[in-house]
Ligand binder design. Structure first.
Ligand SMILES: *Cc1c(COP(=O)(O)O)cnc(C)c1O
Length: 397
């Protein structure tokens, strides 16, 4: 049954750097919220490439734009003006209060741009020797050296020291701790409105508003990392809009181009003016194909009001999961969600997760304790809700 998988496994061991502990599935095909493995087994995909394929796998509308652009222009570099970037920027900036965008290729790179802009704004525009970025315990901001320092988890940075200076973490939902950590060296505070890799931990709205107010009072910048929570997933286009926040800078990536690698940093005009020609750059950022695809992603999300859909479907699923928790109080310890971003803490989680895979349901296994659900925002209701029956079944075995 699994000989194809074990063959793939041993080829990989020979060929690839060992950086991932893979799920025991080799996928070969996908359509919307279904994926098929190399043996032809079908799964309902509740992870969507970690919140990336938010409009589904092989979305036909997106595919059309992709193939059209593939016959027109791929990459010419940022030495040239490109209207595709402008079309994307117009659509992207229309979703929020931000004035300016910078395009790159990943979430970590988008956060690097946030960090560099914050430092440069303080040091060049404000002429203050500030550089420190304060982040929160449980956060995740990426794997480059600076974003590892921002993430601040020792197990992730083991063997990679020294990390860049100027990052510190404080406990989440504790304004006093944040206030105590702010000094004349502080340039910004950076948060995930819903901590994703941390296990789907939504931060309290009044805390987030307190962070924004504190940043304003202390004259430092407020940055939101929207790489995972952004793009309609939590019920508003940006997760910070749930809490009526207007950060100075934000990052996005995962769902931006529905699977093509792309990230973006967005900023208010006042802050963005810290970047001048030559301040920051990337070869691939905002290429014609990725820009054209991302612009289409935003068009579809707005046209089909997928933020509202995410909220309605997510709330309905969470209610069903709460009922499931009542049926299995010893097994399900907690259900957290914002829209279609859900975390379910389950006893003996790896075993439950493995049995769900056996029943044809793919979800994330986070920290060995939490089932993480980040389905496509286009997932069919019955596909989504059938997960609860599968979970019920597994927990009744
Ligand atoms: C995934 C993620 C990142 C890193 O994105 P990459 O594209 O893997 O570099 C950063 N921040 C958050 C919140 C993420 O979920």
């Amino acid at each position: 049954m699994h000989d194809k998988l074990s063959d793939i496994r041993s080829r990989e061991q020979k060929l690839l750097c060992t950086t991932y502990s893979r799920y025991p599935i080799a996928l070969s095909r996908g359509f919307m919220s279904r994926v098929w493995d190399v043996d032809g087994k079908e799964y309902i995909d509740l992870l969507a490439g970690i919140a990336v394929a938010a409009l589904g796998h092989c979305n036909t509308e997106i595919g059309q734009v992709l193939t059209e652009q593939a016959g027109k222009l791929w990459h010419v570099s940022n030495l040239f003006y490109q209207e595709e970037q402008l079309e994307l920027a117009e659509r992207l900036l229309a979703t929020s209060h931000f004035d300016k965008a910078f395009f790159c290729n990943s979430g970590a790179e988008a956060n690097e741009a946030c960090i560099k802009l914050a430092r440069r704004y303080m040091q060049i525009v404000r002429k203050r020797p500030a550089y420190e970025i304060i982040t929160l315990d449980g956060c995740f901001h990426g794997r480059t050296l600076a974003t590892l320092a921002a993430t601040g988890r020792e197990n992730l940075s083991l063997g990679f020291t020294p990390l860049p200076e100027g990052f510190s973490q404080v406990p989440a939902n504790d304004l006093g701790a944040l206030e105590a950590a702010i000094s004349e060296k502080t340039a910004a505070v950076m948060v995930e409105v819903v901590q994703g890799e941390g296990g789907i931990i939504p931060l309290a709205d009044d805390y987030l508003q307190g962070v924004q107010k504190l940043a304003k009072d202390k004259d430092i910048l407020f940055i939101c990392d929207e790489v995972q929570a952004g793009f309609c997933r939590t019920g508003t286009f940006w997760a910070f809009q749930n809490a009526q926040l207007t950060p100075d800078i934000a990052s996005t990536a995962k769902a931006l181009a529905n699977g093509l690698p792309m990230g973006a940093m967005m900023a208010k005009d006042e802050v963005a003016r810290a970047f001048v020609a030559g301040s920051h750059a990337t070869t691939f950022g905002g290429g014609a194909i990725t820009s054209k695809v991302a612009a289409k992603v935003i068009e579809i999300m707005v046209r089909d009001n997928l933020a509202k859909r995410a909220k309605e479907l997510g709330d309905a699923l969470a209610a069903k999961l709460a009922a499931c928790m009542n049926r299995h109080p010893e097994a399900i310890k907690s259900v957290r969600h914002r829209g279609l971003m859900l975390g379910i803490d389950v006893e003996d989680c790896p075993n439950v997760w493995q049995k769900l895979i056996h029943r044809g349901y793919i979800c994330g296994l986070t920290h060995g304790t939490t089932l993480r659900l980040l389905p496509a925002l286009t997932i069919e209701e019955d596909e989504l809700f059938s997960f609860v029956d599968a979970l019920d079944g597994v927990l009744s075995e």
